[in-house]
Design a protein around this ligand. Structure first.
Ligand code: ASP
Length: 435
């Protein structure tokens, strides 16, 4: 009998995970689930993260070194960044358009919105007052950003002052910066002197990818545990909480989901059709299915990266030198789903508090949501943390994000799928220019 393809096995495991979470929460099996099932999900994420750092370092070094020409590296870099920026701005614009048309924040009860507005006025008069749920906790985060940081601080942060430190903290941008430098130096040093390292990197790459393959063999089981544990944790002992979450925040969730569907169903296919007419949309999505199902269950582009690399190289046929360079950068800085979601949340919360945002404020959102998604960590709820900055940029109370927290994990699963798919679409596009 033919074995079911891995992504179908993972999809079935996902569904079973949801069913288990629902049943366990109705039957009072939550303790057992959290103590005996959830830990396997955590082990799975750890395994993937464990391999992500060495794999990224080796891929980027190999990717850059194999370009063989510094000029080509420059062109590749510029095209990659422009495409990443372009897809992110398209995503934020879709979010803004949808949230302005669907107006999810105005669907709430008028009395509730008037109360919200009064709370907003008193918060504006006295921003330090508690006033809103979760205030003290959520407003604490931006305070950790020291005032002394100038506009070029992100550039400084990209350069590690200690390579070992960068690896031990899994600081992806720093690791990528170091790896690019090693790759560039390998191009400049005569090939016969770098040969042992080139061979070593090739061998390591093969070994690390084999490890990913081994981990993925257990993926259906691990994904079941992950979803059962995480979704079960949301439901607690009351399964109606899961349905209730969607009911209260239904219009908002529908707007985000529609935005995600439009990005995946329109933006990426158009990009591929224009830049890579030789790649069929169908084969693109078939190739990406394992990475997408994993992104959905893990809510982490970083944890999915090893599998994204494998899908793009081995299933889609993108050259190693392109994938090794474009994908690790994308997993860190390109998050179209996250930026679209941030635009929707901010306008939704403004509507919910009866606040009109001017055109200038909406344009500010395009800018800050783009930057905030670049700065977001590729981990579960990474986008929720940097959302605080977008809220502040248009003068809204960051504490309000607690309104959307209940459905955040579920929407995070969807936006991570978009983030990972976007990296792959740009990677396939850029590969056209790599000889
Ligand atoms: N979980 C997302 C990712 O890893 C980031 C976010 O939107 O929270 O891509």
């Amino acid at each position: 009998m033919k074995r079911l393809a891995l992504h179908w096995q993972i999809t079935i495991a996902l569904v079973l995970g949801f069913v288990w979470a629902y049943v366990a929460s109705s039957m009072g099996w939550m303790d057992v689930t959290l103590q005996w099932i959830d830990p396997f999900g955590t082990v799975f994420l750890r395994l993937l993260k464990m391999i992500a750092v060495p794999l990224v370092a080796v891929s980027v070094m190999r990717g850059v070194a194999s370009l063989g020409d510094i000029r080509q590296l420059g062109q590749l870099g510029v095209r990659t960044l422009l495409l990443y920026l372009g897809t992110t701005i398209a995503a934020v614009s879709i979010g803004l358009l949808l949230v302005n048309v669907m107006q999810p924040g105005t669907r709430a009860d008028l009395a509730q919105r008037e109360r919200n507005h009064a709370a907003y006025e008193s918060w504006r008069a006295n921003p330090d007052s508690p006033g809103s749920p979760g205030n003290s906790q959520t407003t604490a985060a931006p305070a950790t950003i020291p005032d002394t940081e100038g506009p070029l601080q992100p550039m400084i942060d990209m350069i590690p002052d200690n390579v070992v430190g960068a690896f031990s903290e899994a600081a992806m941008l720093q690791i990528i910066a170091f790896a690019i430098l090693v790759g560039v130096a390998m191009i400049l040093v005569p090939a016969e002197r770098t040969k042992p390292i080139t061979d070593l990197l090739m061998a390591l790459d093969g070994i690390f990818l084999k490890i990913v393959e081994l981990i993925m063999r257990g993926a259906p089981f691990f994904v079941f545990c992950l979803v059962a544990g995480k979704v079960g944790g949301l439901a607690g002992d009351d399964p109606s909480r899961l349905l209730g979450m969607f009911e209260t925040l239904g219009w908002y969730s529908a707007t985000v989901v529609l935005g995600l569907v439009l990005i995946i169903g329109v933006v990426y296919p158009v990009l591929i059709k224009i830049v890579r007419p030789d790649v069929s949309i169908r084969s693109f999505f078939t190739a990406m299915a394992p990475a997408q199902t994993l992104a959905f269950s893990s809510s982490s582009s970083a944890a999915t990266l090893p599998v994204t690399l494998e899908c793009v190289r081995d299933r889609l046929g993108v050259q190693q030198r392109t994938a090794g360079f474009v994908l690790p950068i994308g997993a860190t800085i390109n998050m179209d789903g996250t930026s679209m979601y941030q635009a929707v949340v901010v306008v939704f919360l403004a509507q919910f508090h009866m606040i009109d945002l001017s055109l200038t404020q909406q344009l500010t959102i395009v800018l800050t949501a783009t930057l905030a998604s670049i700065g977001a960590a590729a981990v579960p709820s990474g986008g929720l943390v940097t959302l605080i900055l977008v809220m502040q940029s248009v003068g809204l109370n960051p504490a309000w994000i607690s309104f959307v927290v209940p459905v955040d994990r579920l929407l995070d699963m969807g936006r991570t799928v978009v983030n990972v798919t976007g990296d792959a679409a740009v990677c396939a596009a850029v590969d056209r220019w790599v000889e």
